[in-house]
Design a protein around this ligand. Sequence first.
Ligand code: CMC
Length: 368
Amino acid sequence: EQGILRYRGIPIEELAEKSTFVETAYLIIYGHLPDRNELKNFSDLLTEHQNIHEDMKYHFEGFPSTSHPMAILSAMINASGCFDLTLMKGGCSSQFDSHVAQLISQVRTIAAFSYRKSHGLPIIYPKKAYKYTANFLHMLFSQPYEDYELKPEVVRALDLIFLLHADHEQNCSTATVRMVASSQANLYASCAAGVCALWGPLHGGANQAVVEMLVDIHKSGDDGSKFITAAKDKNSGKKLMGFGHRVYKNYDPRAKIIKKACDEVLGSLDINDPLLEIAKKLEEAALRDSYFVERKLYPNVDFYSGIIMRALGIPVEMFTVIFAIGRMPGWIANYKEIADDTKSRISRPRQVYMGEPLNTYVPMSKRK
Ligand code: CMC
């Protein structure tokens, strides 16, 4: 009700201002802020594991160029587990720290490679000298003949997006990861399942859906008012994407941070995106409209994040992949909790069957 989000007790606003994605990932997975040595060791492990097995490149070849990067991401996370047999075992082994770093580091490499593949571009390998988010931008946008120019405000904006998505209690994908982990499936299999759950437009896919909605509104010449009317009509099949949340019934604190960052990034890159104007008008109109007010529907994290990513040059089909990279620490921490718990049992929801309690088999000739 109060719109509070904390990672391990630390307010999201404080982390957004003072921390980085890598430091926050450590905090979420290991439960405390790392000291200087711990952070260095963690960063070194991420760098050590940044390359995927060279043979993985052949797997990318098999996907048609029309493949959605989320499909490639979940398949490739599972496939990369096959290149290291120690990953195949469930639970937290002595190599768990290395597995964690491998997953966090390689998910970014896989995501960048899948983007390059789907655009017919040559693969760009990670650079040892670059930090996590800069390296991702480099793999996305550099060319073999020319390095992408890393602007600090761009790196910081993307790092902030990763950080804000890092964990969010028992959302659909995290609950999925826990469910799979409870069967003692391995870390990679559990997180690949999380990617699939995240993909849907009611969850992580909402950031893509928001920008597609804004583009449609812009193309149709609507100032947003027609769309608001349609979103209130249950028969229209439309929803105001990026609005509403199962838990937040006041304001999503991440949306506040993202909205401010959106203004700053577009300002410093001198970008005048008409979609930002439409988004602000939609927000203002919805916050005045009794339909949205009575139902406590406010902008969520996805409402402005897509506009930032658009400004950074990230294609819309990659938005949910960015969410998945950011959410990895939260999934891993939840996996670890299950795997560390010696009393953990397999998740097994029961069902209440509402059909005929007993029936007979009717031969085909006698069926209507
Ligand atoms: N636009 C129009 N009406 C809405 C919207 C919306 N975005 N969201 C909810 N409603 C209505 C809904 O139709 C229902 O109306 P009524 O009471 O008349 O039947 C009422 O508000 C309550 O909604 P609900 O469906 O019970 O809410 P929920 O908790 O089941 O769903 C939600 C939450 C986020 C799935 C939903 O608000 C939604 O579909 N939003 C748009 C998609 C979106 O932005 N998703 C990202 C969520 S945040 C990031 C993440 O976790 O992935």
